[in-house]
Ligand binder design. Structure first.
Ligand SMILES: Nc1ncnc2c1ncn2[C@@H]1O[C@H](COP(=O)(O)OP(=O)(O)OP(=O)(O)O)[C@@H](O)[C@H]1O
Length: 369
């Protein structure tokens, strides 16, 4: 699926001018509060009209002001999940779910009730009323209702925003399953960079109603010039790695890459599956030559590709380890003491204990959607 957007719109005194194309499985619309994310998703959904411009999905025009085209929301086949579930309070969970189906014709219908109930783990909730559900359960039902309309695109506007940290962590794997098992493209609004780094492959970065960058999440997170906008305190890279055979320590999982093997705190993912993980620049140290007897077990041979001054005394050293990009955040003094320069071979050292389990998620399976 390709979503193509090139629009201008106004909401009160706020002006949105957004142009981007995305073929991502999960496209994150990322920006600080008031950047225009909800205004943009409402335009995609058909809940608002742009002043100028066009929106198309796979070449099928939804809006085009030059041709006077405006497909109404209910005919766009776009699902919408809001921050808080917005379920019908007087209907049971089952009837909330079934309600979604009336928005698709038999020909368009791909969503199967039992499959979706199973995917979202809501079978035991079907006869309950929304008032008795937890926030996370409500969101799963809201996602189910949107899916049962058999949309071709799902918009999710900060679906985790009303949940506490534990409930967020519970819901994220369902969104990952949706991405991988339903093969439904998702536009995911968020202002939480950790969430975006974990689940999205493409990112549109909005600042004051303008798109300042769009492209692969890993590219945008690695860019020092965007850090103020992404809210990252520091550089990081997002990597896709394969789970290797279990090693001798049951508390560790081995991850494989042509650059070498990593040990990380034990993950639940099966051997052979791919996972995504984010490595912060501050968790990477460098050695020139043999690092000798150190406690750090993750050691990768790499080459320096760039040395960039960051907030003093920090310098960010970009590396290439057999095609794996890494960034090490070290002091300028260390750069001088090691005599680092572009092209130099080094050993990158990454502490196993620095990995946060919540930062790991399954990698998106190769897209054929
Ligand atoms: N109907 C409206 N009338 C006046 N101003 C509006 C209207 N709708 C949105 N705005 C303004 O447009 C700007 C962008 O709002 P929007 O809700 O799109 O931002 P957002 O990025 O989704 O923010 P948040 O993360 O806080 O939800 C805000 O300054 C908002 O106050």
């Amino acid at each position: 699926m390709t979503l193509a957007v090139d629009i201008s719109a106004r909401a009160g005194g706020f002006a949105l001018d957004a142009a981007f194309e995305s073929a991502g499985r999960i496209t994150a619309l990322f920006g600080h509060s008031g950047a225009g994310k909800t205004t943009l998703v409402n335009l995609i959904a058909g809940l608002a009209r742009p002043e100028r411009g066009a929106i198309a999905i796979d070449g099928d025009t939804l809006v085009d002001t030059t041709r006077g085209v405006f497909v109404p929301a209910h005919r766009r086949r776009i699902g919408y999940v809001f921050q808080e579930g917005r379920l019908f309070p007087h209907l049971s969970v089952r009837r909330n779910l079934v309600y979604g189906r009336r928005f698709s014709t038999t020909k368009e219908r791909w969503a199967d009730f039992d499959t979706i109930v199973d995917l979202l783990g809501i079978a035991s909730l079907l006869e309950r009323q929304p008032a008795g559900l937890s926030g996370g359960e409500k969101q799963r039902v809201a996602i189910g209702r949107a899916l049962l309309a058999s949309p071709r695109l799902l918009l999710m506007d900060e679906p985790l925003a009303s949940l506490d940290e534990a409930r967020k962590a519970d819901l994220l794997p369902y969104i990952e399953r949706l991405r991988d098992e339903m093969r439904l493209p998702i536009v995911y609004v968020s202002h939480a960079i950790d969430e975006v780094a974990r689940i999205a492959d493409t990112m549109v970065l909005l600042v004051g109603g303008k798109v300042v960058a769009n492209g692969p999440v890993s590219d945008i997170l690695a860019r020092a010039d965007l850090r103020a906008h992404t809210g990252q305190q520091e550089a990081s890279v997002v990597l896709t790695l394969r789970v290797g055979a279990p090693g001798p320590d049951p508390h560790l999982t081995t991850l494989e890459h042509p650059a070498g093997r990593f040990s990380v705190p034990r993950l639940d993912q099966a051997e052979g599956s791919e996972i995504r993980m984010r490595i912060r620049a501050r968790d990477v140290a460098l050695a020139v030559g043999d690092p000798g007897n150190l406690s750090i077990r993750n050691r990768l041979s790499a080459t320096v590709t760039a040395i960039v001054e960051a907030e003093p005394p920090t310098v960010e050293v970009s590396l290439d380890a057999a095609g794996m990009p890494l960034i090490a955040s070290i002091t300028g003094e260390a750069v001088r003491a090691l005599g680092l320069r572009v092209g130099q071979p080094v050993t990158a050292l990454i502490k196993s204990s620095s990995f946060d389990r919540a930062a790991f998620g399954p990698a998106a399976r190769p897209s054929d959607a």
